[in-house]
Design a binder for this molecule. Structure first.
Ligand code: GLY
Length: 353
């Protein structure tokens, strides 16, 4: 077990890495978490881990379980309302706690509910997927979607603590692993030449052996970025959005592509635009594309560029009507706040695929 601490202006919280879920009740004993705990999870994760978490936490707290359908379709105001209702009917007060048990969707959704119920109660993040461990569970971004755009309603609300049990990664199917790999590739491109080289050199069959290392590296990068710019106001945290401008516009228009796959395509689209502007070389684009391919992610997008460009206008990073994205300049360094036009996205769409 290892503890990393995220130190922000008004709050400091621990991330327990490699901490067994069966012992999680001890952390509830150690930290002040109120009397009641609502666990929010999805149907898939509930089958695997709800009993373990309930057993451990109910030794010290009064526990209730709320289970939602898996996938982005649960990140709606309707599902959020159902969960708020569950908090209220369970009689939770401001001293009580929500657990987000699951992947990125659960982290965003349960975090959002905890941020707005009674103007905010504690939440504890227990990410069980690679994607949630390397990205979603740390940093306090919570959100739900609107039908025309991803994460358009949300609040910054930092977790009270985060617990990662690496053994939960063992049960993940390949496609779920690939989604996480997309965020790991993102981390390497924006901040780590060393991680990028490792991703290039690891034999594909050995990927799982490196999960602990990948999670530690990405959490440590994310922690430092969030500590320097908690609310994405200084142009630092924005680097974490690499691939997410075009990626979110693809994701919202696709019934087939998941978040990681859309971000992978977004990284390719945004890197290609960077090549066109001479911010980076075509060789860099080829290196990113090779990693995307290596880790089972798509390099071609069958979502129409018309739909993508319409959705880009609703991207939450847009300022004064200008669409903004992050572009690499070399491996480990990016430019933020680069304005792009829908025409530019459309005219280059075929060229990077
Ligand atoms: N997922 C990007 C961020 O947390 O800022």
């Amino acid at each position: 077990m290892e503890i990393m601490t995220v130190s922000l202006n008004n709050v400091t919280y621990p991330i327990y890495l490699d901490y067994p879920l069966e012992k999680i009740g001890n952390l509830f004993h150690k930290h002040q978490c109120g009397k009641k705990v609502l666990i929010i999870t999805d149907e898939n994760v509930a089958k695997l881990y709800a009993d373990t978490v309930i057993k451990s936490v109910s030794s010290v707290k009064n526990v209730h379980l709320s289970v939602v359908k898996p996938g982005e379709s649960s990140k709606t105001i309707k599902v959020a309302y159902q969960l708020i209702k569950a908090c209220s009917l369970f009689g939770m007060d401001r001293t009580d706690t929500i657990i987000a048990l699951g992947g990125g969707v659960i982290s965003d959704l349960a975090g959002f509910v905890s941020a707005i119920y009674l103007r905010g109660i504690r939440f504890i993040s227990i990410p069980t997927t690679l994607l949630a461990q390397v990205d979603a569970s740390v940093g306090g971004k919570t959100a739900i979607n609107l039908p025309w755009g991803k994460n358009l309603v949300g609040v910054f609300h930092q977790p009270f603590f985060v617990v990662m049990d690496f053994s939960t990664l063992e049960s993940l199917p390949e496609r779920e692993i690939s989604q996480g790999m997309a965020e790991i590739i993102k981390c390497a491109v924006i901040r780590s030449k060393k991680l990028f080289a490792l991703l290039q050199n690891v034999p594909h069959t050995d990927t799982r052996k490196y999960f602990k290392f990948f999670v530690r590296e990405c959490v440590s990068i994310k922690k430092r970025v969030v500590e320097s710019d908690e609310k994405e106001e200084k142009g630092i945290r924005e680097i974490l959005n690499f691939g997410h401008t075009i990626g979110h516009a693809i994701e919202i228009n696709s019934n087939l592509l998941n978040h990681g796959e859309s971000v992978a395509l977004g990284m390719l689209g945004e890197t290609f635009l960077a090549v066109e502007r001479n911010f980076c070389s075509y060789l860099l684009f080829e290196k990113v594309r090779a990693l995307v391919k290596k880790y089972g992610l798509p390099v071609k997008c069958d979502v129409s560029v018309k739909k993508v460009s319409r959705s880009l206008m609703f991207d939450k990073k847009t300022r004064g009507g200008k669409i903004r994205c992050v572009m690499p300049v070399r491996i480990g360094a990016v430019k933020t706040g680069v304005e792009i036009s829908t025409e530019e996205v459309i005219s280059n769409w075929e060229k990077w695929q």
